[in-house]
Design a protein around this ligand. Structure first.
Ligand code: FEO
Ligand code: CA
Ligand code: CA
Length: 655
């Protein structure tokens, strides 16, 4: 997400001790050498012929590049693309990129497939069965193990109201708010590689949308809690909608986890916000006009509705009749997403960061082991309560390179009724306040995590934090070592024992930035192609770490970002530390949503908010001021979209 939610979310005024010990990046870098270099199960290249691929909308191949095997034994077998300021997507020569499922396409619900209107004139009802706006986290679910047929499940994080509404339509109206709500949430689409191209399968019995008005069941310690009950839901067990869904994870039991990130900005708190509300950044006035036409989002009248967002939601994409669930045991936070590791004895460990300045990193350890499918139940059904029972922790990174997971358990330490935590429901609803009391480490905006299941190192992008070290704000510490951190870093840790360990060792994979910058804090130490603002992360099956970036339109291509170019996707060979630029995106977009087919021959990514204006809201009368990607139609508008990337010879992407 690049909307200026990022700039606003800075509500941690806790007095947590800052370590104030600037780490030595050189010491922390490569502490374990090629720690993450283990090669996970090699999948040989698909031999499927990929002929017949023509020029594709808005995508180009870098001139002079080659996809031959890389020199020097690197596992990165493509030639880097250069930084770009062009309004197109560029991939290495030898690769092809296809746009599918842009915002507004009918997803294929049988009997309800309204065509996209280039003037954005689709109604809210139509939008509710079309792909949402601003695609983000995404996972691929093979159908019967296939690498040519499956489901793509993706988040739609937020809306640009200046692009969303058609001629004569107002965002600040009941219909406008309904359309905005229908554009949020999650899409399930069926896709297939057919006749040489990936395409949506429509109609599909599995096609499904989740929006800001879809009913979700609440489970875990906050279900039915007094602070979850509202005029709309006196039982406190059913919430209408999910929103600001950012990154996503895929569970070993086949479900989809999605984080509700910047939920606070959909609510209006009015003039009299409480201390607890302020800790969550509840604004006086919502960033969207939703409270004007949907009373749920007026927190001055319905304060408990605010407690019903900020959860990790779980969706079973294979069962179109399943009810999605808000898993409150994982804690309420501005969750970027949620990622699952498995302990040696088969329990689930869910890692999650909170993308806001000076907020925290969490993990949840399930009480029970992951159950296999059987007795007439799918794996998803057999694990329908797995994430409701377990222990939630928050991370403290100490200056000596060790760390500790602090239990967020009612009755332990300061988490008592006297301090505002009468039961575990209150602890999970007030995860931030509880973490403040425990002295957790205030991080530089934790975004995605990726787990190397072979080396057992866990990686997390800390995208940036320009407030670090500003007057009155926390200074640098070991884990967040740079003041006015515009560029970000990638931290990693290995638990002592197993993924459920309560102590760890940590270091930085890298600090991002351009080595030519005059300000030392903006230079970084990237070996290879430099970049800024890491966000998306994904391990492929070879153990190559893919990194996606999200610098904001206000920064891109100027100042310290002048040479970095548009947002991009890079690959890091952990054996050598080399980072190589794989693709660059169109103007003012973010690159996000990485997923691959089991045979690794297809990479799916999302291009989010191409053409976003520095002020965030596009002008309805000039929607293409910055970008026309991917349609380039004179009467069109930029659209977030999924892009499918393959090698022309059908080989493994990245080799
Ligand atoms: Fe939605 Fe933190 O990016
Ligand atoms: Ca981001
Ligand atoms: Ca993100």
């Amino acid at each position: 997400m690049a909307k200026n939610f990022d700039e606003m979310e800075d509500s941690n005024r806790s007095g947590n001790p800052s370590i104030h010990e600037v780490s030595d990046p050189a010491r922390r870098l490569w502490l374990r050498g090629g720690a993450g270099a283990a090669v996970a199960g090699w999948f040989g290249p698909s031999l499927a012929a990929l002929g017949g691929l023509g020029a594709l909308a808005g995508c180009a191949t870098a001139p002079g590049a080659s996809s031959s095997a890389a020199p020097g034994g690197s596992r990165l077998g493509f030639t880097a693309v250069p930084p770009s300021k062009a309004d197109t997507l560029v991939v290495p020569e030898g690769y092809v990129a296809e746009v599918i499922a842009p915002w507004g396409e009918p997803i294929g619900v049988p009997g309800r497939m309204p065509a996209w209107r280039r003037d954005a004139g689709n109604s809210a009802d139509e939008q509710a069965v079309q792909t949402g706006m601003h695609h983000d986290g995404m996972q691929f679910y093979p159908l019967e193990g296939s690498s040519t047929h499956g489901l793509l499940v993706m988040n739609h994080e937020y809306t640009d109201e200046g692009l969303l509404h058609g001629p004569g339509a107002s965002a600040d109206s009941p219909a406008g708010v309904r359309k905005s709500q229908a554009s949020h949430g999650v899409s399930v689409i069926e896709v297939e590689l057919k006749d040489g191209r990936w395409q949506m399968v429509r109609p599909s019995r599995l096609a499904r949308r989740f929006t800001a008005f879809t009913p979700f069941r609440v489970s875990g310690p906050a279900a039915g809690h007094a602070l979850m009950r509202t005029a709309f839901d006196p039982e406190g067990r059913t919430v209408l909608g999910t929103l600001n869904n950012c990154a996503s994870g895929r569970t070993p039991w086949g479900t989809y986890l999605s984080g509700e990130e910047n939920f606070a900005f959909y609510f209006s708190g009015g003039e009299q916000t409480t201390k607890d509300q302020a800790r969550w950044g509840l604004p006086k006035k919502a960033f969207y006009p939703w409270p004007n036409h949907d009373a749920r989002f007026d927190a001055s009248r319905h304060p408990n509705e605010f407690h019903r967002f900020g959860w990790v939601v779980e969706i079973d994409p294979m069962d179109p009749t399943s009810t999605p669930v808000k898993r409150t045991a994982l804690g309420r936070a501005a969750h970027e997403g949620a990622w699952v590791a498995v302990t040696r004895d088969g329990r689930a460990v869910v890692y999650s960061g909170e993308d806001a300045r000076f907020e925290y990193i969490y993990k949840f350890v399930s009480r029970d082991r992951i159950a296999p499918a059987g007795n007439g139940l799918t794996a998803a059904q057999a694990n329908r309560e797995l994430l409701d029972h377990g222990t939630l922790y928050v991370a403290r990174f100490d200056a000596d390179g060790t760390g500790r997971w602090l239990p967020l358990v009612q009755g332990q330490g300061p988490l008592t009724a006297a301090n505002g935590f009468a039961d575990q429901g209150e602890v999970v609803m007030k995860t931030r306040q509880a973490s403040d009391l425990l002295g957790a480490t205030r991080m530089d905006r934790p975004e995605w995590l990726a787990i190397d299941s072979d080396s057992r190192w866990v990686y997390c992008t800390l995208t940036n934090n320009t407030q670090r070290g500003q007057p009155g704000r926390p200074g640098p510490d070991a884990a967040n070592p740079r003041a006015e951190n515009a560029m970000g870093q990638i931290i990693r840790w290995q638990e002592d024992g197993d993924f459920d360990g309560v102590t760890m060792r940590w270091n930085h994979l890298l600090l991002t930035g351009d080595p030519a910058n005059s300000r030392p804090e903006a230079r970084g130490n990237v070996k290879g192609d430099f970049f800024g603002c890491p966000d998306g992360l994904m391990f492929d099956r070879r153990g190559v770490l893919w990194i996606q970036t999200d610098a904001h339109a206000t920064q891109m291509n100027k100042g310290e970002f002048e040479r970095i170019g548009n947002n991009q996707m890079l690959a890091c060979d952990l054996a050598t530390g080399e980072v190589r630029r794989f693709l660059t995106g169109p103007v003012n977009c973010e690159i996000t949503g990485a997923a691959m087919t089991p045979d690794q021959s297809t990479l799916f990514i999302n291009i989010q908010h191409p053409g976003e204006t520095p002020s965030d809201i596009s002008k309805p009368d000039a929607p293409q001021l910055y970008s026309s990607w991917p349609d380039y139609q004179p009467d069109g508008r930029p659209r977030s979209a999924t892009v499918v990337i393959r090698r022309r010879d059908g080989g493994v992407v990245g080799t």
